[in-house]
Ligand binder design. Structure first.
Ligand code: XUL
Length: 538
């Protein structure tokens, strides 16, 4: 066995791990630790704490730490060769913020290998729970920030995105406004990625430009915090943030805690983590411009690498830093697997029946449309849950299954036009990419061939590849991205789904109808039913 590299992915519902062997180009381990199932005492539903207000969604940061400890413990028990890991990096769900007090620094530096991590970090928080990317309770703060920065367009030009409710800046502003005392007691605000990296390094670790761009606080051009954005968000905020890490940035040794407790080698390096989406970009091998990836996880994301900065004039999409030093574009649809699971559960289906329903129904669904915002939606902006059906009975199981998948694919098509890329091939990843029927709808709606990846966890794989790239760079062996991802981030050739001409034509028409339904339901546009009925007669 050659040098091993570990990538961790602290996502909404679970912590995942991928270990790669760079010499043999093999994935040695791929495993996952489910928060709700393994740590039920945090009483989360699928990793999150809901409140009476559907817009407020938090998670307990102690749960993420306990998961890291327990998951590594499981690996040690199972005989995973942790001592052969040369370097670790990771991926965190984006935007979530962790609030630490002034004790944190000293506690991180003195972890005791004889006691569980969870117990040792109990007292480092100035806020018990972390608002996460599913939280949409900061509409007011977004308006205030954009006003201070000269409007939505100016905000997008400066930070890569207009102010979004889930982004860290608006969330920090809300905390400052609602709990000033706790804000004052906060010595350091971290993102999920930098918090997890800090637990590994035993010191406070900064964010990288990929995740930093998900805050509305970073100047997307200089990749440093923008003073104007900090001032628009909360007083003295700059003092509570570590400077954004340069990329590449040097590694640091893993905390001795992990040697004592799990048998890691004392020279194991840890590297700055990034967000799940920048990691996935690497995990699906998008180290050059041109292709697009769709990740179907809790949320669905549509993303690609971009070499020249371009922001979305409609304000729906984002620009983040790419781990390669370029940019990446991204659109996030909150009702991803959330909506697919809702429809599946409403009709008491399992995933096999879900697929069967797609096989049993015709592409185009005879013009029946579902707007599937079971949760508040990010793109398009839908502040409160809204489920609207056009010509579709609520009880019609197969019809609703096809409608939810078609709605998601058509919405991606419509809301990604600003990127100016008509992809001819799409890389599909995330849990739902296993479902061939869903990939066929993707191919037909986007008129593009679709490939799947062997690893469902592109974010953790991307993190392992980032660790390898940084390690080789530091060891003076030189690493180019193409060489590092080669052999790992390759799609499965046989998984290819080809767009079918006759259905591409149907979807061209249906997309117009879907857009009319969206206009009608969200912005009081004209009744789309006449258009729908003429479609049905074709
Ligand atoms: C991206 C986004 C989500 C989260 C959770 O902007 O909000 O994709 O990163 O996966």
């Amino acid at each position: 066995m050659g040098d091993l590299f570990l990538g961790l992915d602290s996502s909404t519902q679970s912590l995942s791990a991928v270990i790669i062997d760079l010499e043999t180009k093999k994935v040695v381990l791929e495993d996952s630790f489910d928060f709700a199932e393994k740590l039920p005492h945090y009483a989360t539903s699928r990793g999150v704490l809901r409140s009476e207000d559907p817009q407020v969604v938090h998670s307990p940061p102690e749960m993420w730490a306990e998961a890291l400890d327990a998951f590594l413990g499981e690996m040690k028990q199972a005989g995973v060769p942790l001592s052969q890991i040369r370097a670790v990096s990771g991926s965190g769900q984006q935007h979530g913020t962790v609030y630490l007090n002034k004790e944190a620094q000293a506690v991180l530096a003195s972890f005791d290998a004889h006691r569980p991590l969870g117990q040792q970090i109990e007292k480092i928080f100035s806020r018990r729970t972390s608002p996460i990317w599913m939280d949409s309770s900061t509409g007011k703060q977004c308006q205030e920030i954009m006003e201070a920065l000269g409007g939505p367009e100016a905000t997008a030009r400066l930070t890569g995105s207009i102010a979004f409710k889930r982004f860290s800046g608006p969330q920090i502003r809300k905390f400052y406004q609602e709990d000033r005392k706790a804000y004052e007691k906060t010595a350091c605000i971290q993102l999920v990625s930098s918090y997890m990296a800090s637990l590994l390094a035993g010191r406070l670790v900064p964010v990288d430009p990929g995740d930093g761009a998900g805050t509305n606080l970073m100047d997307i051009r200089t990749r440093n915090w923008s003073q104007a954005a900090l001032d628009a968000t909360a007083p003295r905020l700059g003092a509570k943030l570590l400077p954004v890490a340069a990329s590449p940035s040097p590694g640091s040794l893993i905390s001795p805690y992990y040697q004592g407790r799990f048998g890691f080698h004392p020279e194991t390096k840890t590297y700055v983590w990034s967000g799940d989406n920048p990691n996935s970009l690497i995990g699906v091998g998008l180290v050059q411009e041109g292709r697009i990836a769709i990740s179907m996880g809790t949320s669905d994301t549509y993303f690609g690498l971009m070499t020249k900065l371009r922001t979305d004039p409609r304000g729906e999409g984002h620009v983040f830093g790419s781990p390669t030093g370029d940019y990446m574009t991204l659109i996030c649809f909150q009702n991803g697997s959330l909506a697919r699971e809702k429809v599946k559960d409403q009709h008491h289906y399992d995933w096999n029946k879900f697929s069967q329903a797609l096989r049993d129904t015709p592409p185009g669904n005879r013009g029946r449309i579902l707007l599937p915002y079971f949760d508040p939606e990010i793109v398009p902006n839908v502040p409160q849950p809204l489920v609207a059906r056009y010509g579709l009975e609520t009880e019609d199981g197969p019809g609703n299954v096809r409608a939810v998948v078609e709605a998601q694919m058509m919405s991606m098509h419509i809301h990604s036009r600003w990127m100016g890329v008509e992809p001819c091939s799409i890389y599909a990843t995330g849990g739902a990419a296993k479902n061939r029927e869903i990939l066929q709808v993707m191919a037909d709606v986007h008129n593009a061939e679709v490939f799947r990846f062997p690893s469902g966890n592109s974010a953790a794989l991307g993190a392992a590849l980032r660790a390898a790239h940084a390690y080789l760079g530091e060891e003076g062996e030189g690493a180019d991205w193409k060489g590092v991802v080669a052999g790992f981030a390759e799609p499965i050739r046989e998984s290819r789904c080809v767009p079918r001409k006759e259905y591409v034509k149907i979807y061209r028409e249906l997309i117009k109808i879907y857009q009319a339904c969206e206009e009608h339901a969200l912005r009081g546009g004209p009744d789309p039913n006449p258009l729908r009925e003429s479609f049905q007669q074709v």
